[in-house]
Design a protein around this ligand. Structure first.
Ligand SMILES: Cc1cc2nc3c(=O)[nH]c(=O)nc-3n(C[C@H](O)[C@H](O)[C@H](O)COP(=O)(O)O)c2cc1C
Length: 162
């Protein structure tokens, strides 16, 4: 199945998970980034990112290359921000609604300990779907490398390979 792994990452954890997943599935890797980067240090990092996620912002994205017709399956990878998925991923979904229609969708969620289930529920709701092909929840896989995270990534890819 032709698969695209689409990710937003501020601190590299989601990038790590996206890279591993794309490698194991032989998938295309597509990074999205907001034109106006979020503060990535100190208190402002949580304040601005958290507020933007809660408000349901859709920040403008840097140009990215995503030909929806080129893929049968899209794996959306996002950190959890304030119990939600991230604003750049919200923009990506909104910009590609028709391309995502009828595609198999899976999700990779990175977090540090709370709100992943809520983030997945919100992601599904925004996608307008009750279920995803597969869901992977990882605890800071780059900052806290662990055999458990590696195993979860491998199992996720195995499930998608069918
Ligand atoms: C603005 C902001 C809000 C966050 N909110 C949560 C949260 O609600 N729950 C949680 O477990 N982690 C939260 N985190 C931590 C990240 O989800 C976690 O560290 C994730 O692995 C970071 O991915 P990244 O390195 O790809 O950016 C938050 C981080 C930021 C920057």
């Amino acid at each position: 199945m032709r698969t695209a792994v689409v990710y937003y990452s501020m601190g590299g954890n989601t990038r790590f998970a996206a890279e591993q997943t794309a490698k194991q599935l032989g998938a295309a890797l597509i990074q999205i980034s907001p034109v106006k980067a979020y503060p990535d240090k100190g208190f402002r990092k949580f304040l601005w990112g958290g507020k933007s996620a809660v408000m349901g912002d859709m920040p403008e994205l840097e140009p990215y290359s995503f030909g929806g017709g080129d893929y049968d399956r899209i794996i959306i990878c996002t950190p959890v921000w304030a119990g939600s998925f991230t604003p750049p991923i919200r923009t990506f979904i909104e910009e590609n609604r028709s391309a995502l229609e009828g595609k198999e969708i899976a999700a990779v969620i990175c977090y540090s300990g709370g709100g992943a289930d809520k983030a997945i529920a919100k992601l599904k709701s925004f996608l307008g779907t009750d279920s995803l092909a597969a869901e992977l929840i990882l605890t800071d896989p780059k900052d806290k490398p662990s055999p458990a995270n590696d195993r979860l990534i491998a199992e996720f890819c195995e499930k998608l390979r069918g």
